[in-house]
Design a protein around this ligand. Sequence first.
Ligand code: URA
Length: 451
Amino acid sequence: MKIAIVLYFIKTIEENYMLPQEFIRKKRDGESHTLEEFREFFSSYLRDEIPDYQVSAWLMAVCFRGMSEEEALNLTQVMAESGEILDLSKVAPNAVDKHSTGGVGDKTSIVLVPLMAHLGLKIAKMSGRGLGHSGGTIDKLESIPGFKTSLNKEEIFKGLERVGCVMVSQSKDLAPLDGKLYALRDVTATVESIPLIASSIMSKKLAGGAKSIVLDVKVGKGAFMKTLDKALALSYLMVDIGKKANRNVVAILSQMDEPLGNKIGNNLEIMEAIDTLKGKGPADLVEVVTITGAYMLLMGERVKTVEEGKELISKTLESGQAVKKFAQMVAYQGGNPKVVDDYSLLPHAQYKEIILSPETGFVKEIDAYKVGVANMINGAGRRKKDDEIDYGAGIVVKKKIGDKISLNEPIFDIYCSDDLKVEEAAQYLENAFIISQEPVPHSKHILEIIS
Ligand code: URA
């Protein structure tokens, strides 16, 4: 009898077993995967039984063939369940999470997380590293010497109790499958796929345990979604995945044709985020922080209307008080909290190049994608999975679209610790801007809100 049962199970496993190449072929030929197939393929990948090259081939097939809504939902579930799902009901029952789809100069989370915690909204934010040409919140935070982004469940809960916020990466415990796929997509040109982005983001948010989520969906040259139509499709898919998982989700679509703020690069973005918490942030970043934060306060029941939320955020930023919460979070996660007053504690670059305007006129274009690529060339991002980052490398954008500029006035400052890379980045940036003789309007930052 026992032997018969064992044989039955072996036969069933064999019948259901799918070779990795068969799984890849299905997607290459535009077929759909079942939840069970996702589970089998990715549990083998997590055990290192399937190599990166087979998963890369599958990712590329998804970029060309896409996925159904049901597949995206199933993949999200498998990714979220690859680690622990936090239960915040006791520590932070009204917790609200946020996530950006990625852009250039996007340090919104680094401002918002301590700001929300200062205003009484606890937040355990799971973020990613640099992806493609876009920067990553985790790389930026790791430019603070000693800052530890890999926390276990107990450390996250303790941080929520003691400080009110933590910022962590995917880890062995939290969304490990997203961590592996994310690093692979970064270097295989397989980022720009609506279902892959949606499942990557929503798996982190489901694992993070918050009931309400605000998504900052970037649109434009420096975003993964270049057009409003594609950004809307991504937003609806993420809102739908959230709804089916019993979460309240709002998506805010914001402009990413030019970089957000003026500073791009890991250490530089930490400085700009701290400046913003002290009430000295650039207007576009402040606007995105204000509207995103207002929705978070509303969903977390800290205010009754979005307008009330906006006013509270404006007043708090002007007061500069929330920077103390950032310092507390840095200290809790092992970094030196004195960075908030002393930027010399951050890594700095050895070389600086300045790009000057070749004519007088108005800035018509600062191409965020090209600035992002130049910043990778410059050493602030990775070309291969295990590349070391130059935390001091970065670019300061001296002018925004619509600004006046004179002949020989600086348009970009480039910082780097490798003289060859800084030269290469400078050459690339020569084609990243356009000057017009006609006046140009300043960009609109918030494009649409879906709730
Ligand atoms: N942010 C993520 O976490 N994942 C993506 O795929 C894109 C942006």
